[in-house]
Design a protein around this ligand. Structure first.
Ligand code: ADP
Ligand code: MG
Length: 338
């Protein structure tokens, strides 16, 4: 009989709530799908599960840890005080507790969250990344001559394609400056401008600490999108179901030549280790018409919604959802963090 663990699920809540707040109603909404899927799996595995939501105060977490004394923390935090760039601060706080927690440590999250730092590290190791430049808030916006149009402008530390629309892809000086300004004003953070990589859009899930399992790559396809339309993962392409239907945007397992698939697997394992990721992650790549693999972004602790790419890819590799959550919990216990 496997041990019955006390699991504490830590996640983002809309405001600071008391530690005995009942999240029953929130858990029924689509926005909370990932949390409710994870809780169901934890319970199915025979563990106990309690929850604590965080907004801009760590006090509920401190109280809950003292009261519940969990064996494992299931970390689903993606931001703090609405700042996506502050996610790693909560991970650092968890590290200080000396209790096993799921997913990636604070260093890996820090390296990946900043879309510039991850590219610098991988570029140093001669992994193909887009040419890029970072434009901090309050500094002059001047495009370096080495950065050629078309350019994709993004917030430096967001996720889920926040701030990415058809207007993010620019090919004039004026549009470029305006889009960088837009990112500064709307997201109150630096912008990263990247050389646009034309090609197929691939997502690769990986799991493990030292020894890694690579799940089959999935692909976002733009079946009805005209050649001059945005053939990249804008916010709408990811989350607007009507828009997806209109433009034939579908995610499915990628059909790849065996040699390309092997190269992708090898490269993804290298990237995962170089960016000090542990636990589980999803890498975003582009595959050019010349079969060149280009790194776009690494996502430690990707969304665990049962119907999204990461869980579907795990299932394809033979890990159904409950087993996936079981592996994530076991990896947490096996992680040695310094
Ligand atoms: N340099 C690039 N070249 C081509 N497409 C890109 C580039 N950067 C981002 N994209 C597109 O924008 C999407 C979102 O960018 P990404 O850096 O992954 O941000 P997020 O963290 O919001 O997912 C990518 O999945 C890809 O479709
Ligand atoms: Mg991404």
């Amino acid at each position: 009989m496997p041990k019955r663990e006390k699991v504490l699920l830590v996640f983002d809540s809309a405001g600071t709530k008391a530690i005995d707040h009942d999240y029953k109603d929130e858990l029924k909404t689509e926005e909370w799908q990932a949390e409710s899927d994870v809780i169901r799996a934890i319970k199915r595995l025979g563990h106990e599960c309690e929850m604590v939501g965080l907004h801009d105060d760590t006090e509920p977490l401190r109280q809950k840890l003292a009261e519940y004394q969990p064996d494992i923390i299931f970390n689903m935090v993606e931001a703090f005080a609405n700042l996506s760039s502050a996610e790693q601060k909560i991970t650092s706080y968890l590290e200080l507790q000396g209790i096993p927690f799921t997913g990636c440590g604070s260093v890996g999250i820090t390296l990946c969250k900043n879309k510039g730092i991850s590219k610098k590290i991988l570029g140093y190791h001669r992994i193909r990344v887009p040419a890029f430049a970072v434009f901090p808030v309050g500094r002059a916006i001047k495009r370096p001559a080495r950065l050629n149009f078309p350019i994709l402008v993004k917030p430096l530390e967001e996720e889920a394609s926040y701030g990415i629309s058809a207007l993010s892809l620019v090919d004039t000086e004026k549009d470029f400056t305006e889009r960088v300004q837009f990112v500064h004003e709307k997201f109150k953070q630096a912008a990263i401008a990247e050389e646009y990589i034309d090609g197929r859009e691939l997502y690769v899930g990986l799991m493990g600490n030292q020894r890694l399992q690579v799940f089959p790559p999935t692909e976002m396809m733009f079946k009805e999108m005209p050649e001059d339309g945005p053939r990249f993962a804008t916010f709408k392409a990811k989350w607007d179901w009507d828009y997806r239907e209109r433009w034939g945007i579908e995610n499915d397992f990628a059909k790849l030549e065996p040699e390309v698939a092997r190269q992708i697997e090898k490269l993804c394992k290298r990237i995962y280790h170089l960016l000090l990721i542990d636990g589980y992650a999803r890498l975003d790549l582009r595959l050019t018409p010349q079969n060149e693999i280009v790194f776009i972004e690494a996502n430690p602790n990707p969304a665990l919604t049962a119907y999204e790419d990461f869980a579907l890819a795990a299932a394809k590799a033979g890990l159904n959802y409950t087993r996936l959550i079981d592996r994530i919990l076991k990896l947490a216990k096996a992680t040695v963090r310094s």
